[in-house]
Design a protein around this ligand. Structure first.
Ligand SMILES: Cc1cc2nc3c(=O)[nH]c(=O)nc-3n(C[C@H](O)[C@H](O)[C@H](O)COP(=O)(O)OP(=O)(O)OC[C@H]3O[C@@H](n4cnc5c(N)ncnc54)[C@H](O)[C@@H]3O)c2cc1C
Length: 406
């Protein structure tokens, strides 16, 4: 007899795992199918990359009672400093002027993953099917049957709703026949921890140059999470450079605001592309997280956006359950997709726009960029609006993002 679920989540990365945590105690029968083994190597995205969590994300995690496990490892961002290499014009955003305790928080994806996985382990009502990969999907009248390989054997389960949270290369999206619009940036993001000689003072730096943006995010023990975008060949070469040479190149690009860079940890280079699934929902299925929209990490929005999708989908499902509705019904899925459309479009447009405007060497644009940065520094309302959007505090917020129970 195959397992029966109301919601089967494929992918236990940060987005799929968060949805599992959100739906854990709702009365819905939820299962998680993950390609990597639970106890062995953790999923590839729970690595040391620094994640900037927006204020909205903090609120959602708090409502899910996950923040207390995260807080001790998360470093608050008190100021954001945006500049352009070799140009005048700087924008500074401060927590105090925005009337918030912090503009966001930084921690490693590994630390976030550990908290999410621990919560899932404490939810025996959610079976974890892993390491397993979905291989076929069959449509039936009132459910989907998902076939997967587990322990070398073909097995299957039935679900009323299938959620594809299996990352940018989503094979479930493909099995569902949903196409993507994808534009590779022809660049890679080199991520690592670096240690500066001066205290970071909880400032997050974003520095633009024609070759790509460089972010330094404040982390615990005066480490900074580096995310440095550059051409693919250069990224691969920089990942291999001897430490001293690498730190020298970094200092040349970033300048001396943080003193000297003393140490760098493991360097990992990630290929970058802008991706959007052509549909966010289809019959009895929803696409979430990187599978639905993969963004440039320039503004640190990928997971934050995915978590807002999680909070909205969970709310739609729980309200549907209260009204006795089928969790895979077209009405519920359309309701979810319509709700999330505008935020997904705006966030994608915003991050892509930053790269188009700030990371090119068109001579006409260059002085305008300096003026834009300077203008934004002076224009309080515009800066406040952008800051609130980046903090995930605009638009129709789900209950979890307003500090309410699901
Ligand atoms: C350098 C860098 C810095 C970043 N910084 C930030 C930041 O500051 N803030 C922010 O919000 N975001 C940031 N991001 C983006 C963030 O990491 C992603 O948005 C997030 O990891 C997406 O999570 P996900 O769960 O959708 O997908 P993934 O993390 O890709 O997880 C997918 C999961 O699905 C599993 N899987 C894959 N295929 C299958 C299959 N067929 N069957 C079953 N399981 C499968 C995988 O093993 C994995 O566990 C950054 C990204 C990079 C590269």
């Amino acid at each position: 007899m195959a397992d029966e679920f109301d919601v089967l989540i494929v992918g236990a990365g940060p987005v799929g795992a968060s949805l599992g945590c959100a739906l854990g105690d709702t009365g819905l029968r939820v299962g998680i199918l993950e390609a990597t083994s639970w106890d062995g190597t953790s999923p590839p995205s729970y690595d040391d990359r620094p994640l900037a969590l927006s204020l909205g994300t903090r609120q959602i995690l708090d409502s899910l009672e996950l923040w207390s496990g995260i807080a001790a490892q998360a470093t608050p961002i008190q100021h954001i400093h945006v500049s352009e290499r070799g140009r005048f014009g700087v924008t500074r955003i401060g927590a105090e002027e925005q009337d918030v305790d912090a503009l966001g928080y930084v921690l490693s994806a590994r630390a976030l993953g550990a908290v999410l996985r621990k919560r899932l382990e404490a939810l025996p009502s959610i079976p974890r099917i892993c390491p397993a990969r979905a291989t076929h999907i069959h449509r039936e009248d009132n459910a989907l049957t998902v076939e997967y390989v587990l322990d070398g054997r073909q097995q299957s389960c039935r679900t009323k709703l299938l959620v594809a949270a299996d990352g940018g290369q989503s094979s479930v999206r493909e099995l569902l026949g949903i196409g993507v619009r994808k534009r590779p940036y022809g660049q890679m993001a080199l991520a690592a921890n670096v240690t500066p000689s001066r205290p970071h003072d909880n400032v997050a730096y974003e520095r633009f140059s024609p070759s790509g943006p460089l972010a330094l995010l404040p982390m615990a023990k005066n480490h900074c999470g580096l995310v440095w975008t550059m051409g693919e060949e250069q990224a691969q070469a920089y990942a291999q450079l001897p430490e001293a040479e690498f730190l020298h190149c970094l200092a040349q690009q970033f300048g001396s605001r943080l003193g000297k860079f003393r140490q760098v940890g493991k360097r990992v280079a990630y290929p970058l592309a802008l991706l959007r699934a052509e549909r966010q929902v289809c019959e009895r299925a929803a696409i979430l997280g990187n599978a639905a929209h993969t963004l440039h990490p320039v503004a640190g929005q990928g997971f934050n956006l995915g978590l807002r999708d999680v909070a909205a989908l969970a709310q739609v499902l729980v309200d549907g359950l209260a009204n006795g509705e089928d969790p895979g019904s077209t009405e519920l899925l359309e309701q979810y997709a319509a709700w999330r459309h505008s935020d997904q479009r705006q966030t994608s447009f915003f991050t892509d726009g930053l790269i188009r405007v700030f990371c090119n060497d068109l001579p006409l644009l260059s002085p305008l960029r300096g003026l834009a940065l300077l203008g934004m520094d002076l224009a309080g309302p515009l800066k406040a609006r952008l800051a609130r959007q980046a903090m995930g505090l605009t638009g129709k917020l789900p209950r979890l993002a307003r500090g309410l129970a699901l």
